[in-house]
Ligand binder design. Structure first.
Ligand SMILES: Nc1ncnc2c1ncn2[C@@H]1O[C@H](COP(=O)(O)OP(=O)(O)O)[C@@H](O)[C@H]1O
Ligand SMILES: [Mg+2]
Length: 256
């Protein structure tokens, strides 16, 4: 018997949520120990640097210190994926204004052969969110779409207000009922294969070859939405395109 599409979605989202939770716990647990070890390595190498006049050894110690700094940066980036690592500064803001604010920067970042279309709901209520996080989220989603598209491809950025019912929550693992502002980024690119779909939010999962530091974009999007009490829903069909839908809760002033 075939599994209904909505149940398959919920299943994929549940797998994604479990994987992310496990990864975040591991990062949170390991990062403290890694930082301590790094501090030890850095202290030993600076002691050696102080104790020797040998130029070669001193040069190597500078190299070790540089690598320690890089590693500290990496740990900081990984910590962004954990619950306590996302230090957000939320304020009441209009999502349309946030999109429009970033539009020129996005157009400058992608090939002029790719079109960005806008479909913004003029009657959006305010949300309580972090402006820098929204810029990061939109940039990651638009860049991913642009990288997947061939010349002539189209990216549509849409905003709207939706009410999520108890019934809707049966279809989505991270959803909860209420009123939400959604941000949707759709492309008509090649789509994501069913094998890759459950893994796209995993840190360092990437199908792009030949570049370092790939595979953190969607992991960061996932963590930032989670930290803002929202969630991400993704749908993709091979040769048709991909849709990322982000749900931001609308909170009353009392809830802020
Ligand atoms: N709009 C999209 N169309 C097709 N594939 C996508 C899209 N967005 C994300 N992906 C897939 O998800 C993977 C992970 O994305 P991301 O976390 O941003 O890492 P990166 O872009 O560095 O590979 C990508 O490598 C790609 O395979
Ligand atoms: Mg990316």
């Amino acid at each position: 018997m075939k599994t209904p599409v909505c149940q398959r979605h919920k299943c994929i989202e549940a797998i994604q949520a479990h994987r992310m939770e496990a990864i975040r716990l591991m990062i949170a647990g390991m990062s403290h120990d890694l930082n301590n070890l790094l501090m030890g390595i850095w202290t030993y190498s600076s002691s050696i640097q102080r104790l020797t006049l040998d130029k070669e050894i001193r040069k190597k110690c500078v190299g070790i210190a540089r690598l320690c700094e890089k590693m500290t940066d990496m740990i900081k980036k990984m910590l962004l994926l954990t619950k306590n690592g996302c230090q957000l500064r939320p304020s009441r803001l209009n999502l349309n204004q946030e999109v429009e604010k970033n539009l020129q920067m996005l157009r400058d970042m992608i090939s002029p052969s790719i079109k960005i279309k806008m479909d913004l709901d003029p009657a959006l209520p305010l949300i309580y969110a972090d402006s820098t996080a929204i810029t990061e989220i939109i940039t990651n989603l638009v860049l991913n779409a642009a990288q997947a598209l061939s010349p002539g491809g189209v990216i549509t950025i849409k905003t709207s207000v939706v009410t999520v019912t108890e019934n809707d929550c049966l279809e989505h693992a991270n959803a909860y009922p209420g009123k939400f502002v959604t941000l949707t980024v759709v492309d008509n690119g090649p789509g994501i294969s069913p094998e890759d779909l459950p893994r796209i939010f995993d840190p360092y999962f990437s199908t792009k070859k030949g570049c370092r530091n790939h595979g953190l974009g969607l992991a960061v999007v996932y963590a930032l939405m989670d930290a803002q009490a929202g969630w991400v829903h993704v749908e993709s069909e091979l040769k048709k395109g991909t849709k990322f839908e982000l749900y931001f809760p609308i909170r009353s002033m009392a809830g802020c």
